[in-house]
Design a protein around this ligand. Structure first.
Ligand code: ATP
Ligand code: MG
Length: 480
């Protein structure tokens, strides 16, 4: 991170939009600053979309004046209740979003994150911000253009890669507990450390998270999940005590137990390792979720069996059933994205079982049939799931997976199983065998499917029909 002089900041702000705001503010005699995330990202050389502007006076008034100077390329929205206004500018297909707010002082009551707001100075406004690195302001007025106002030494925290609150962290977090999620989100996104007192305050104030809506919590969690190292974010949530409150099912994966000196692995650390592995493999968001939840059924299925040791029988299907409950509670989308995660959790043991035994055509065909288009993601998840420290064992699994992948390609070419459509339909069976919709129709259809998946007949109409005739005869049904 580079420190920037006033001249360097002025150069970085040398964009028409900032000069325009500067002129308009000067003409209205208003002190005004660009503040928060945009300033932070200038120093970090990160791209930043939205620009926050704080005005000593009325943010709405300045926004109106700026919008009217720009004319029809500007779209103004005023939020009277919040005392803020937004100006969206469209230029050469690039959209700039400006957020104007009057400098304010905030005071909070215990049961709400909605503060009582009064007009204030720039200093008041900086005091109410969440972190030192988010509280820096750069003046836009012509006389002081590019001057940094940084009362909490945010630049030094940027340099030291530290997240710390500007004031007493207990106050900052208790006033608006969403800041606790933001704290971990920024530490994760920026790969910063959380300053010790700030971290301790997370732990002390964690129960306050209860007044935050699920949508907002989930929003931050999704930003953590989309970052370069989501596992670190989950680990931070765990260590400050928030994970237990916002994600009890995941928290329950933590810990080991032993009987007669035999213990099972800690499934939370295993899960985070798997998550890290899929991220390394380039996984998009929902495959990351599948990794996060793949073993979620383990705590509920854990048994000690004298003959077998620790077992988690059926944890994949128990886990898959938990997915919709978790998605609903977390207000995550309950559409095909949820179905995808559910399916991957349900199937995540299958390739391992195949790879552990002889890799038969029939087993691979069935896998392909059930996974459909998600087969590649499933294979990525399964390879990521091999976290054994025993290198021989690891290598054996990976070799077998390579074999499974080769067979998948080969069988798909031959049999087109991926999006399997039965070559003989229910209607054709009913018509040919003069059957009403009834159980035998289902039995015959299922038998055709099994015969194809087991490689007894090819995935073709005539072969399947001939097979249906034989099967029907076994049931005492004839074709004429
Ligand atoms: P990003 O846009 O990358 O998420 P950001 O820092 O710009 O990061 P925003 O949510 O856009 O975050 O908020 C803009 C600024 O408003 C922040 O930098 C911070 O100064 C302030 N801010 C936002 N939310 C809070 C909050 N809950 N408490 C205190 N200050 C906040
Ligand atoms: Mg922002």
């Amino acid at each position: 991170m580079r420190h920037l002089s006033q001249q360097e900041l002025a150069d970085l702000l040398n964009r028409p939009v900032f000069h325009l705001i500067s002129e308009v503010a000067d003409s209205l005699g208003m002190e005004c600053y660009v503040v928060g995330g945009y300033v932070r990202d200038l120093f970090l050389e990160r791209p930043s979309k939205d620009i926050d502007v704080v005005v000593v006076g009325s943010g709405i008034e300045l926004a109106r004046a700026v919008a009217s100077r720009i004319g029809k390329r500007a779209h103004l929205s005023v939020f009277k209740n919040f005392g803020t206004a937004q100006v969206k500018i469209n230029r050469d297909n690039e959209e700039v979003e400006l957020e104007f707010v009057g400098a304010r002082r905030e005071s909070y009551s215990h049961d709400s994150r909605k503060p009582i707001v009064e007009d204030g100075t720039l200093e008041d406004d900086q005091n109410r911000r969440d972190f030192t690195i988010n509280a820096m302001a750069v003046c836009l007025n012509r006389e002081r253009f590019g001057e940094l106002v940084d009362p909490f030494d945010g630049v030094w925290d940027l340099e030291d890669r530290i997240i710390a609150t500007p004031l007493d962290p207990d106050m900052t977090f208790s006033d608006d507990p969403l800041r606790m999620m933001r704290c971990i989100r920024f530490a994760t996104q920026l790969n910063f450390e959380i300053e010790e007192e700030t971290f301790n305050a997370l732990n002390r104030n964690r129960d306050r998270i209860k007044i935050i809506s699920q949508e907002r919590i989930t929003d931050e969690l999704q930003k953590i999940m989309s970052s370069d190292s989501p596992g670190r974010g989950i680990e931070l949530l765990f260590s400050c005590g928030l994970l237990e409150l916002i994600f009890p099912e995941l928290y329950a994966l933590h810990g080991t137990e032993s009987v007669g000196g035999r213990s099972h692995k800690d499934n939370l650390w295993h899960t985070l390792e798997v998550l890290g592995n899929v991220v390394k493999a380039g996984a998009p968001l929902w495959l990351r979720w599948a990794a996060l939840l793949h073993d979620i059924g383990k705590p509920r299925t854990k048994r000690w069996e004298a003959s077998a040791g620790w077992t988690f029988h059926n944890h994949n299907s128990v886990g898959a059933k938990m997915v919709p409950q978790i998605f609903r509670r977390m207000k995550l989308p309950t559409d095909e994205r949820m179905k995808y995660v559910e399916k991957l959790v349900a199937l995540h043991m299958r390739p391992i079982v195949i790879a552990d035994e002889e890799v038969t055509d029939s087993a691979v065909r069935r896998l392909l049939f059930e996974a459909g288009d998600d087969i590649d993601d499933l294979m990525t998840l399964c390879e990521a799931d091999i976290t054994t420290k025993n290198n021989d064992r690891k290598q054996r699994f990976l070799d077998n997976f390579r074999l499974v992948r080769l067979k998948l390609v080969d069988l798909e070419e031959r049999d087109r199983i991926r999006n399997f459509q039965p070559p003989v339909s229910g209607e054709e069976i009913m018509e040919s065998f003069h059957l009403p919709p009834s159980k035998p129709v289902g039995i015959i259809k299922e038998a055709i499917k099994d015969a194809i998946l087991d490689g007894i007949i090819p995935n073709e109409h005539d072969a399947a029909f001939a097979f249906a005739v034989t099967k029907a005869a076994e049931l005492g049904i004839s074709i004429d």
